[in-house]
Design a protein. Structure first.
Length: 343
């Protein structure tokens, strides 16, 4: 064990920290801030227990509340949507699912935005690791945001397996839910909450535009040739594509991955790099999934521009809007006419 510790210390001191410093100097300029305690072991285990009964209990209660409220709210929203737009049953289910998620992500992202824009560590991200990390004061609002999100993803795993419309990305989404749950609770329990809040800020905003686009598209399917609805659908899709590229690809890279990897490693020092590999591995899984879903979003836009196909969810095999049905019916009629002429 002593030999391992000596090798690890030498590797970090001679290779990892100089590399992290060079990367920070390149992006932030020479003399990037570093805590005066970087060369000593200041990291102390978090004072609260790993399995905090209060946080777990509140998160489970919130998850159960979401599970109880979802069918009630979805039923109400679905009936209102069907009353105004005459949704068939399959579309009513998809519409109510997207509206349910749209409401959640809009509320939580606005709450998260208020938290981060009031925090100095949002603008100076190296402060995510300032002493007495990981025993920094978490504050009620950050703690409450975490337990809401943990409850939501616990509820999401349950509904994803039992009741959600089965989509082509069922397994990637399930992996994402489990990775998010692990990351959220680990960040809360071990003091990595500032980086966790930055992660939520970068990811959740896109879900607002994603579900708004789905709702607009479903309405457009049932209210064809309505310019306002069509424009709204295209506008929300463009907002989704732009927000995805900015928040989930660019901002997540510089605010979360860069902060959690090279910046945090150099600022806090190699001696204080506990759990560095664990957290960055989970963050890389989540980041990789953004490219997969980003590809599907780009594919939808390409097909809309190139072939005139509708802005439907590429993951959903049940998606078959009236326009496509009409095209198929038209093709069948033409084939029938050609057969009669041949006879």
């Amino acid at each position: 064990m002593e030999l391992y510790n000596e090798i690890r210390e030498a590797w970090g001191r001679t290779v990892i920290i100089p590399l992290a410093q060079a990367i920070r100097d390149f992006f932030e300029g020479e003399g990037a801030p570093r805590t005066p305690l970087a060369e000593v072991r200041f990291l102390e285990p978090k004072s609260t227990p790993l399995f905090d009964p209060q946080s777990i209990g509140v998160a489970i209660t919130i998850g159960i509340a979401f599970t109880i409220l979802e069918p009630i709210i979805r039923s109400l929203v679905g009936k209102i949507g069907t009353y105004f737009f005459h949704f068939p049953p399959a579309m009513e289910k998809r519409f109510s699912e997207s509206m349910w998620q749209l409401q959640f992500y809009t509320c939580t992202w606005l709450y998260c935005s208020w938290i981060v824009h009031e925090a100095e560590w949002f603008y100076k991200t190296y402060l995510c690791w300032e002493p007495p990390f990981p025993n920094q004061d978490i504050g009620f609002h950050v703690w409450f945001l975490f337990v809401i999100q943990i409850g939501w993803y616990a509820h999401g795993v349950y509904t994803h397996v039992t009741s959600d419309v089965r989509k082509l990305d069922f397994w990637p989404m399930l992996i994402h839910h489990f990775a998010a749950l692990l990351l959220l609770y680990s960040a809360l329990a071990t003091g990595y909450h500032r980086c966790g809040v930055l992660t939520m800020y970068c990811l959740d905003v896109c879900d607002i535009f994603l579900h708004a686009t789905k709702c607009a598209r479903l309405i457009d399917n049932c209210v064809p040739l309505n310019r306002i609805v069509r424009t709204l659908g295209i506008g929300t899709y463009v907002a989704l594509a732009v927000s995805w590229a900015y928040f989930r690809i660019y901002l997540f890279l510089i605010k979360v991955l860069y902060t959690s990897s090279f910046q945090g490693l150099h600022y806090g020092g190699w001696k204080n790099s506990d759990n560095w590999l664990y957290y960055n591995a989970l963050l890389l899984i989540i980041y990789g999934l953004q490219f997969y879903w980003g590809y599907l979003i780009a594919l939808t836009g390409y097909r809309f521009v190139r072939f005139g196909q509708e802005l439907d969810d590429e993951r959903d095999p049940t998606s078959d809007p009236p326009v496509r049905k009409n095209q198929k019916n038209g093709q069948n009629i033409n084939k029938a006419k050609n057969n009669k002429l041949k006879k």
